[in-house]
Write a protein that binds this ligand. Structure first.
Ligand SMILES: [Fe+2]
Length: 580
């Protein structure tokens, strides 16, 4: 039995295919279309999933869509009416996209060649399912927190085998996700893209704006919260912060790319502190209502790895599960699993143990691509040589593009489409920024660390949650180790680590091991294989193009090693290259 899950139209469209209850493939549309956070109906991701399953759309048994478009439309209409006439211009602007695409989901699904049953699930139910139904728990408390779905912005549920029972929800416009996004916009960053940059900025500041944030959001004893809506404009305008919010802080919204001052850092720190306070308040309440020690979390706020790293020490929960695509992209997986397990009443067959669910390319496919385009390369003799040579290059302070195996599911590069470099070199952050990333100086790079070594280097929860495998848990670097890995230690002494286990990606694991033999450090810098503003690479052509457009020194792509300076730039024109 094959069930296809689809999420589309807001940000990070994605598709997932479930065969007999097991996820066999999942990917975001942006990786294929090369448009960051692509929100179109994910035709390319659908084709990839169907190919991976070896079936056509006609052979699908069911399609699951991650939300109820008509219910969402109803909320928007109510919102426009409530705030009329201030909302008039936003209303006029948004209607065409509803009529031309967002309400045409049934037609788009039919156009794939599928005429069977389509299940439309509520947005937050898809989030809840995306966390619980692929978790290792038979019973768990589930919290979903995001910007907004149809009406809900936060839900409390319990998961019991194949059942998910929602018992409390908080509705739009009161939203912890939209508070974070509003301050993201106020600080001059892009909403639905740069919230994690604000999280990275926070440790540079002090949470001195407590009083102001107490006015923006208030919590109540029943576990709910409310925003002070006068400070927010998103119900009726295109912008998110209101004039009153600017008055509250005494500064105007920061212009994009303009200077970041101590004020901005302190606002970011205050936002992060308030987010954690509200999140722990929600979790305390969820625990007291359920008395369950296992926690599953999803929704955009569950990507806040700095908050996640504190949950087990600050709340009564003993274990936590967050899947790599905790944001909206993950809802295609939740929707498909919910149909299989909860609607069709089939027993659970799947636990998500790895993020490698995307496309891969064989040695031969990579070599054919390189040969067709007359690209010079060295062919490795064995997998062991790939690991050894890459570790040597990293130890010699080269920046290495790393393209090995199935692409990652979720927003983070986890060793399939990564850029690897030396964490012991204090200059490496600057080198990476100069050669490739061009990212804001305040943002740290992330380390990958061998699972068996993590406790020696980081102060982690014990036992270590699997969410640490997906860069979803920030932990303090042990004090005595901070000077050894300066390039991945943030200003507050923490690291947004990825833990790698041998069974997830043996070659990547072995490469970090080889680096440990040379440097004494079981850690590398792992940053995503892309340049600023572009999605992570997907195909050999994307990877080669990214290397040639940057200062990446080498590319270890399956069993081939390509040296950038062996391939003169004047012989390279990506538009004329064969891409398959
Ligand atoms: Fe969501």
């Amino acid at each position: 039995m094959h069930i296809l899950g689809i999420s589309a139209y807001y940000h990070d469209s994605s598709t997932c295919i479930v065969r007999d209850g097991k996820v066999i493939a999942a990917a975001q549309e942006e990786r294929f279309s090369r448009k960051k956070h692509d929100l179109c109906f994910p035709v390319n991701a659908v084709n990839y999933c169907l190919n991976e399953a070896g079936i056509s759309a006609k052979q699908l048994d069911a399609v699951a869509f991650y939300e109820k478009p008509y219910l969402k439309f109803e909320r928007l209409l109510m919102q426009f009416i409530d705030t009329f006439p201030r909302s008039m211009s936003v209303f006029v602007e948004s209607i065409p996209s509803w009529l031309s695409e967002k309400l045409l989901v049934p037609k788009n699904i039919k156009d794939l060649g599928y005429n069977g049953k389509v299940y439309y699930l509520e947005h937050h139910l898809s989030h809840a399912a995306s966390a619980f139904l692929c978790s290792p728990y038979k019973k768990a408390a589930i919290l979903t927190v995001d910007g907004v779905g149809e009406f809900a912005t936060t839900t409390f549920s319990t998961g019991n085998d194949t059942e998910i029972e929602l018992f409390k929800e908080i509705h739009f416009p009161h939203s912890l996700g939209l508070l974070y996004s509003t301050i993201t916009a106020y600080l001059g960053f892009t909403v639905n893209n740069s919230e994690y940059k604000v999280m990275g900025l926070a440790p540079w500041g002090k949470p001195v704006y407590k009083e102001e944030f107490d006015k923006l959001i208030r919590t109540f004893d029943d576990g709910s919260f409310e925003l002070g809506m006068d400070y927010f404009a998103y119900t009726h305008e295109k912008k998110m912060p209101s004039k009153k919010l600017e008055g509250l802080f005494g500064e105007k919204t920061r212009e994009k790319e303009s200077q970041i001052t101590q004020f901005h850092k302190d606002v970011a720190a205050s936002l992060q502190a308030k987010t954690e306070e509200v999140l722990f308040h929600l979790l305390e309440n969820l625990y007291s209502e359920t008395k369950l020690e296992n926690l599953c979390m999803a929704g955009g706020v569950a990507l806040n790895s700095a908050a996640n790293g504190k949950i087990l020490s600050k709340t009564p929960f003993k274990r936590i599960f967050i899947q790599p695509a905790a944001g909206d992209a993950g809802t295609s997986m939740g929707a498909a699993l919910f149909v299989y397990n909860s609607i069709m009443k089939n027993p659970r067959q799947f636990v998500l143990n790895s993020a490698f669910l995307g496309p891969s390319f064989s040695d031969k496919e990579v070599q054919d691509y390189l040969d067709k385009n007359s690209i010079k390369y060295y062919k490795f003799g064995s997998r062991a040589e790939i690991a050894k040579k890459t570790a040597e290059l990293v130890n010699n302070n080269f920046v290495v593009g790393w393209f090995q195996g199935r692409m990652e599911w979720g927003p983070r590069a986890l060793g399939a489409r990564s850029i690897l470099s030396n964490p012991t070199n204090p200059k490496m952050q600057g080198i990476l920024n100069l050669k490739v990333k061009h990212r804001e100086k305040f943002r740290p790079f992330a380390p990958v660390v061998l699972f068996e070594e993590v406790n020696k280097w980081f102060e982690c929860d014990d036992p270590l949650p699997q969410a640490a495998d997906y860069m979803l848990m920030v932990y303090p670097v042990r004090k005595e180790k901070r000077k050894i890995i300066p390039a991945v230690t943030h200003v507050d002494g923490t690291g947004r680590l990825q833990v790698i286990r041998k069974e997830q990606h043996a070659l990547y694991y072995q490469t970090v091991q080889e680096f440990q033999k040379l440097s004494g450090v079981p850690i590398m810098i792992n940053t995503s294989f892309n340049i600023r503003g572009e999605p992570i690479v997907c195909t050999p052509h994307d990877a080669y193009k990214c290397m040639m457009g940057t200062g990446i020194d080498y590319l270890a792509m399956e069993n081939c090693l390509i040296k950038r300076i062996d391939n003169p730039k004047d012989l390279w024109d990506s538009e004329k290259m064969a891409t398959d």
